[in-house]
Structure formats: C-alpha cells, structure tokens
Design a protein around this ligand. Structure first.
Ligand code: ARG
Length: 572
C-alpha cells in the first residue's frame, strides 16, 4: 500500500513521470501524454507523445519509440510496453503494482491549496431557478472533491442581495404588511411588486427613496431589507438541505458585503490611471476586448447616477479573496452567458492589482438546461420551474418506481428510498453531462435503471452488497489487496486503481462528468467481471481475491457517489 499513500503516487502521474524521464534521457522534447487506453485489449494505458517528439527531432517515430522503450524504467510498475501503429506505446500494468494502489480511497493532494469556490449565488429578490440548480450541484461536487483531496475550500455564496430592485420589494413589503406569509411565494411577490411599480407613480417615488435610504444605511430600511433577505435565504437553505448540498448560512458573502468597498475600488482604478469617463459613466477600456467592428469594449464600473454595477462588486470580491482570504485559486460556477463578464473583470483585476500573480482566477461556465422542445426549461405555462416542485416530482417518481419493483415495501421505506434515488437522479443527470454544453431535462432517462444514471450505479452498489449478505461475508476479515489474475479481474482492478487519477482531472478541470463516466465504466466492468467470474461458488483463494475486488468496487462506488453528493442504499 506504500505506493498510493505517498499522496502523489497515482498511477497516471507515475507512468507519465517515467515516460518523461525517458524523453529527457534521449533529449526528446514534448509532453509524454500518458492516458488510459482507448483499446484496453492492447494495454491499460497508452502514451501518445512519441510521435510529436519524433517529428520535432525530425526522426522516424517508430525508431524513437523503440529507443524510449529501451531506456524506459517502469520496473515494478508496468509488465509490458509495446509499440503500436505509427509510434504509440501501449502499457500494461504489473499485477503487483495494481494490487498496491490504494483502492476505493482518496489520496491527498501533494500540493494542497486554498481554493475559493463561488457557486449557487441565487438572486434573493426572486426564487431560485434551474440555472442556480446547476451552479449549486456542480459547484458542490467540486467542493467535495477538493476537500477530500486535502485542499482548504472556502465556499463563497455570492448571493444577489443588493441593488435597485430591493427598493421596490421593500416598499411593497411595507405596504402589504411585513409578514413572512406574503414572501412564501417569492416569485408571485416579485411579480405583484413589479406590477404596482409599473402602474403607480407614488409607489415608484417611494421605491426610489427606499433605495436611497438603504444605501445610506437608514435603520428602518435596513431592518426591512434584513427581514426580506432572511426569509428568502431560508427558502434557499431548504433546497440546499433537500439536495444534500454542503452550503450553509456561514458561506453567504453576498453582493451587499462589498458595498462599502466599492468607492475604494473606483478610487484605486483611478489612481492606476485605468478610468475613463464615457457618456457620463466611469469605464475601464482594455485593448484586448474589442467588438467585431474593432471598437474597444468598456467595462462600466460606475453609472452616471453614481450607482455601482455587478462588475464593480466582483472586482471588490476578487480583492477580498486575494488579500483577505489569501486564496490561491478561485473557481466561479455560473452559466456560460457570463463568460465575457468574467474575462473582463479578471483582466481589470490583474491590471489594477486587485489580483496578484499568486492567484488563479477560473471561470467554470455551464450550458443551459433545456426542455423537450430544445428551449430553456420552463413549465407548460411558460413560467419558471420552481425547484421545490421539481424535487417533489423527482421523489414521487422514484418512490413509484421502487414500489413497483418491490410491491412488499412499506410506505415509509419506499419514501426513504424514493428520496435518495429521486434526488440522486436529478443531480446525476446534471453532473453526468459535460457542463459546457446545454442538456435536455428528461425524467424517463434520468430515473431509469439502464444507462449512465444514478439509479443504475446505486443498483450496482446494492447488488454487491447482496453478494456479501448472501455469502455472510465478514468484510473486516478480508485482506486489503488482491492480485488480479484473470482478464476480467484485471480489467476491473485497473479501473478501481484509476479512481484518483479521475479525481485529479475533476479537481483541475472542474468537470464532474469525468467522475460520472468513471463510475459508470467501473460498474460496467464489474458486471462483466461478475458474469465471467463467479464469486461465492469459487474455491477458497479465488473466492477471496474476487471478494476483495468486489469490496473495492463497492467502496469506490460509494465514495465516488458521495463526492457527487449522492447517497447509496443497501437494498433497492
Ligand atoms: N447572482 C448571480 C446570478 O444569478 C451569480 C453570481 C456569481 N458569482 C459572482 N461572483 N459573480 O447570475
């Protein structure tokens, strides 16, 4: 077990380092590009870097590949390395090495960082919508993976709790009587307030004054605002709890928190000579942002009336995260339409020194959730889908499904299973898609026991649990490792052993679908293994090593699902 517990001894980097060392010895230039094999029947891993390196050296790639194999030192790691095609290397791992890779457990990062994760961030003037669902679920998965690897994660819920719309809302709250019942359906409340605002001039006047009072720190206005925020935020917290998302009220650091810092941001931009007045507004023009016609695009940081913007607040947030929180990395999970916004504020923050060279700023954009018609996901009536109702339906559908599979289940158990399976299905459907693309929300597909779904993975887990139950296996008596012998065992072991490589990629790219794809492949390989390799009926030593592989698979499935924020059940 010594190999994996070093922390940096995941298999892909080990192979890559070995390969890279060979390149150095031979004076070859370029990355070794070791990755899992696309043709596992030829090897567990492949190295694709030889061709480009050979080309650079103006040499024959197959000859270079042969030299690489000659000097390559993968003793104890690889059993064979072969040349394939124009100069690929296929690498098969040694059985002992495989057995020694910590299975099912998460290895600590050799270089832990302080990472701010900015996610969820609903606008508190309205109800949370599906776009915030995506940010919440994807962000929370990345948070879990980073923490599991030993990084220090600072969750920042940059909620929209400030701005002119609050003048209208607080005035309406005042008029309707400030009880929380009227806020039960924020969406309706917002619409009613807006209608009043559009129709009633006196109301408009008072709403404008309320904004001024709020900005000036008037005690009554602040009280009303605080009440509104508390109620609205408690709706969000209910959703977080239902979704088993790790956010809590201590993670809120909303737009309002930066209000007092905004004049200083403008001042510093001015001191740096970055401010330009344009049509009355204060702007930063950076050469790198041009329209198609070649005009430089402004980042507006202060309006003519003195008001600040979303961008100004984000600049203040970057300064805070860099200077106060000492973050080394900041990840922003928002929909892709904000891509330009983030490019711009990152560039302004660098130019103004709000972000120094110690910090990496990374926007992690995601696409839209679409309905069957390929248009943004809405109710039949064309209104926004309330998240609470969406989750109700998921639980209902999942409860029905488990009850139909097991007619003997009592209602309470069925409902409990329905919760874990239904919520898991919604989360998994989202997490399993490459986040950068749009995806179509489809109940039938997500709550199915077939395909790349969470019910499929949860079911795979229960199947392994039932093998242990049937054989009355005391898991604590099993050895920690086993040497895979037959091909289906080896294929499974290779997959189990690459768990941490997958997590590294998830953490660096902010891509949960890589973990989903991994778990799906793991479950699939387990099925092939189980069909070809009987467990309980085999002779003692064969049975033992297969039980170890089964346990490692179950541990990996459970830990992997947990990192996705999805639970497992012991029976389905
Ligand atoms: N409240 C914003 C929205 O709903 C998202 C905030 C994302 N975070 C940030 N630092 N801008 O679009």
């Amino acid at each position: 077990r010594s190999i994996a517990s070093d922390g940096d001894r995941n298999q892909r980097p080990v192979l890559n380092d070995g390969q890279q060392a060979a390149f150095n010895t031979l004076g070859l230039v370029g990355p070794a590009l070791v990755q899992t094999s696309s043709r596992p029947e030829l090897g567990d891993y492949q190295a694709n870097g030889v061709m480009a390196a050979a080309k650079r050296a103006q040499r024959n790639p197959r000859e270079v590949a042969a030299e690489v194999i000659e000097v390559l030192d993968l003793k104890g790691i690889a059993s064979t390395v072969d040349i394939a095609g124009p100069g690929f290397l296929n690498i098969t791992l040694a059985a002992d090495f495989l057995a020694g890779v910590t299975a099912g457990e998460i290895t600590a990062s050799p270089a832990p960082q302080r990472v701010v994760v900015d996610y969820s961030a609903p606008n508190l003037a309205k109800e949370m919508h599906v776009g915030h669902l995506r940010s919440t679920i994807i962000g929370d998965c990345i948070v879990r993976v980073l923490e599991a690897q030993g990084h220090t994660v600072l969750r920042q819920n940059h909620v929209g709790d400030w701005g002119t719309q609050f003048g209208m809302l607080l005035t309406y709250l005042q008029d309707t009587g400030a009880n929380s019942d009227s806020l039960a359906y924020l969406e309706d409340f917002y619409r009613a307030a807006k209608t009043r605002f559009d129709e009633d001039e006196d109301f408009q006047q008072r709403a404008r004054q309320a904004v001024v009072d709020l900005q000036a720190g008037d005690a009554h206005a602040l009280d009303m605002w605080q009440h509104f925020i508390t109620v609205s935020m408690s709706h969000c917290q209910e959703i977080y709890d239902r979704l088993d998302v790790t956010l809590n009220p201590t993670h809120i650091q909303g737009e309002s928190a930066y209000n007092d810092a905004l004049p200083g941001i403008i001042q510093q931009l001015n001191d740096k000579g970055l401010l330009t007045q344009s049509e009355g507004a204060q702007c930063v023009f950076l050469e790198e942002f041009k329209t198609k016609k070649g005009e430089t695009l402004p980042v507006i940081v202060q309006k003519t009336d003195g008001g600040y913007l979303y961008a100004t607040t984000d600049l203040a947030a970057i300064a805070y995260r860099n200077k106060e929180l000492n973050a080394e990395r900041v990840l922003y999970f928002t929909d892709a339409r904000q891509a330009l916004h983030f490019k711009q504020i990152f560039a302004v923050a660098r130019a103004a020194g709000f972000a120094d060279s110690s910090i990496s700023l990374e926007h992690m954009p995601f696409g839209a959730m679409l309905g069957d018609d390929g248009k943004p996901f809405k109710t039949r009536a064309g209104t926004v889908v309330k998240l609470a109702e969406l989750l109700d339906e998921a639980e209902l559908r999942a409860t029905r499904l488990v009850s139909s599979k097991n007619p003997d289940l009592d209602d309470k158990t069925a409902a409990e299973l329905g919760h874990v399976i239904g919520i898991g299905a919604v989360k998994y459907a989202d997490l399993s898609k490459n986040r950068t693309s749009d995806y179509v929300f489809n109940w039938e597909q997500m709550i199915s026991f077939e395909g790349n779904t969470s019910p499929y993975l949860q079911y795979a887990y229960t199947r392994i649990a039932s093998i242990f139950a049937k054989g009355q296996i005391d898991l604590s008596t099993l050895p920690m490792q086993a040497i895979a012998v037959e091909e289906p065992e080896r294929r499974l072991a290779v997959m189990i052993a690459s768990f941490n490589d997958t997590l590294d990629a998830v953490a660096s790219e902010g891509m949960p679908h890589l973990l989903c794809g991994y778990l799906y492949e793991l479950a699939t390989r387990f099925t092939s293994f189980y069909e070809a390799c009987p467990i309980l009926t085999s002779s003692a030593d064969v049975r033992e090593r297969r039980l170890v592989l089964a346990k490692q698979t179950a541990d990996t499935l459970r830990n992997g699902l947990d990192l996705l924020g999805i639970g497992v059940v012991e029976q389905m």
